[in-house]
Write a protein that binds this ligand. Sequence first.
Ligand code: ADP
Ligand code: MG
Length: 285
Amino acid sequence: MVLVLLCSATGSPGVTTSALALALGWPRSVLLVDCDRDPAQAVQAGWLHAAPLASRGLVDLAQAHRELQPVAPLLWSRTVDLLGPGHDGPDGTARDRGPSRRFLPGFTHPGSAVVFEPVWAELAEALAALSGSGVDVVVDAGRIGRTGLPRPLLAAADAVLVVVRSTLRSLAAARLHLDGLRDAIVDAGAGAQPGFLVVGPGMPYGNAEISHQLGLAVVADIGWRPEQAAVLSDGLPAPRRFEQRGLMRSARAAASALASAAGPARAPRPGAAAGDTTGSRDERA
Ligand SMILES: Nc1ncnc2c1ncn2[C@@H]1O[C@H](COP(=O)(O)OP(=O)(O)O)[C@@H](O)[C@H]1O
Ligand SMILES: [Mg+2]
């Protein structure tokens, strides 16, 4: 199993959109988990078109934990299909589903994350236990924040990706958090190497320059495609051949590189997944 954690320093560089794009382009069965401690319910409201998600997600798992039920056996039943009814093929027929792509919804209240503190360890264990069933995990951890990312999630992660845009503003903010993040990973006893996921490489800084200047590898990138991103982030109707277009093409390439890294020792080399070629400003199909 591979557990990839995505986070950000500040702003909205595209953590949720990238995590969703990776999950949709993942080469194997995958679970996308919304662990953002500042809840936004962005995947529900956007991609899932406000589908009702009662009894699903972290809040429900927290309730089970309070009732002393083990989380791991419940986890899968608290997820939803990322390719639900609203995501049938263009002609209305069901798609050839391929690997399962599930989603575990996140917090439903601004204060929920605080009461979740005692549950992180069990959630992380339950996510790790999915390995037995061959399911990889993509975690949207939102912003690193003042208190840092939940330690058990860091401990379980094979890769910790700081999502940035290639602007000076985004990179300067990320730089402020890098030492703290490295320390937190070591402190959690995790073997994961942090790396960057660049949204919109080459606008203006290329991946090689980002890696060089900040001393952290760019291990993946996703092209800058505002209209295509809005399909994921805001639930806009997908254009024809959406999956073949630039955003999902780059997401699939990034997902394949990350999925083939079974652990830190096999994390993608800097530049291996991330050419500087996907970030041109034009909207190539
Ligand atoms: N690859 C991309 N190309 C263009 N726009 C993007 C891309 N990824 C995300 N966005 C846009 O950026 C905005 C913030 O994205 P979101 O994923 O919600 O950020 P975060 O989770 O970091 O707060 C959204 O409007 C989304 O459509
Ligand atoms: Mg988000």
